[in-house]
Ligand binder design. Structure first.
Ligand SMILES: *Cc1c(COP(=O)(O)O)cnc(C)c1O
Length: 388
């Protein structure tokens, strides 16, 4: 594997040199006003990226998965009913976590490649007149299938049913790359991590709690210690964590937020849409199809590409790594061996993306697929020339 090449896995993503430098810093007293100068800009910057006026932001030394656990354990009690769709590996793993915490999980099985069904959510919520469902879960961007779901639509379904359930959204592979509107969509907990849109190494779980979710903490009884947001709140009030914070990572996050805001959040989204569109045009030129079944669910942060029947899609990833020193994503779970994934989120330019498309084209020709060298690259080039 070459350290010169960009990576095209859907997280961890490429790190701008300045962010790497920001993570690499001398030891400071992590219970001092100096740490507060890193902490508070991080909390405020994350709140703006979530498009929230007043969310309570918490940053834990953990990963996105720890963000899920923070969400569930702070707001729910054993036996509480939750509603959630399964349409890929990440929603599947969230369901598994709910079950292991003793929640009563109503799963809406959804074909992998589809977005979650807002209509099914709405019908279930309307039928739940006794309001037994305590929380509705949704994965904004299924990283396994390259599928985005309609989070604003789920909020409308909750409202149409006049249902008081909390609304939790996994935005690990969308926040900071694709439009996310915590307040407008009435999201009660938004979950993300450091290693995707924020261009950092793994190591931070980042969550935003609405006032309603914050209030639920007082009555929820699932056990929590490390992830208790009330301990974190007390720490923040004294420019500290309840334990030792990963100061370098937080310093990197502070810079990542500054970089996102300097580019402009909407411009970051537009760049992701443009780069993703070039990838989709290349896939089309190759005569291949996405796992995502319709344009309204195409993800701007990752594309899962189906290979022909009888071909092992994982070979693309293996040969790309071994022969060309470039990393792409394998298929996970139900679509293992059937798709390979191109991650196109975080710190990327059109030119970087073209290098990824050119490489994966060579790999597919090496593996005997009926693809013309340059076909996908040309389709993306033609778009990138005009696409800004
Ligand atoms: C990456 C990812 C996660 C898991 O995050 P970790 O940081 O690996 O724990 C969860 N959900 C989605 C949608 C993801 O893409």
């Amino acid at each position: 594997m070459s350290f010169q090449n960009p990576v095209f896995i859907p997280g961890p993503t490429n790190m701008p040199e300045a962010i790497r430098q920001a993570c690499y810093m001398p030891t400071i007293d992590h219970r001092s006003p100096l740490f507060g100068k890193i902490l508070h800009p991080c909390l405020d910057g994350v709140r703006r990226v979530l498009k929230s006026e007043s969310a309570h932001i918490f940053i834990f030394p953990s990963t996105g998965t720890g963000g899920w656990e923070t969400t569930l354990t702070n707001t729910l009690s054993a036996g509480d009913k939750v509603l959630v769709a399964r349409n890929g590996m990440f929603s599947h793993r969230w369901i598994d976590m709910c079950q292991r915490h003793g929640l009563d999980v109503q799963v809406v099985e959804t074909p992998w490649g589809n977005g979650l069904s807002v209509n099914e959510y709405e019908a279930i919520l309307k039928a739940d007149t006794g309001h037994t469902i305590k929380a509705v879960l949704a994965t904004h961007n299924e990283t396994a299938t390259g599928v985005k779901s309609d989070i604003g639509g789920v909020r409308k379904a909750l409202d149409a049913a006049a249902h008081p359930a909390l609304f939790f959204v996994d935005g690990v592979s969308s926040i900071g790359s694709m439009d996310f509107r915590m307040d407008a969509w009435g999201v009660d907990v938004a979950v993300t991590g450091s290693q995707k849109g924020f261009m950092l190494p793994a190591g931070l779980a980042i969550v935003g709690f609405s006032a309603k979710a914050r209030a639920a903490v007082e009555t929820a009884t699932l056990p929590r210690t490390f992830f208790d947001i009330r301990d974190m709140e007390k720490g923040y009030a004294a420019n500290a964590f309840p334990y030792t914070p990963p100061v370098g990572l937080m310093n990197g996050l502070k810079l990542a937020l500054e970089m996102i805001e300097a580019e402009g959040l909407e411009n970051v989204f537009k760049r992701h849409t443009r780069i993703a569109t070039g990838v989709r045009l290349a896939v089309d030129a190759w005569g291949l199809e996405l796992c995502a079944t319709s344009p309204d669910v195409y993800s701007d942060s990752v594309s899962a590409i189906k290979t022909p029947e009888g071909f092992n899609a994982t070979d693309v990833v293996t040969v790309a790594a071994e022969k060309y020193g470039m990393a792409f994503g394998v298929g996970l779970g139900e679509v293992a061996g059937k798709v390979f994934r191109i991650g196109h989120l975080g710190s990327l330019t059109d030119a970087m993306m073209l290098s990824g498309l050119a490489t994966v084209e060579m790999v597919m020709v090496d593996l005997g697929l009926d693809i013309k060298l340059g076909s996908g690259v040309a389709a993306a080039q033609e778009f990138y020339r005009h696409g800004s």
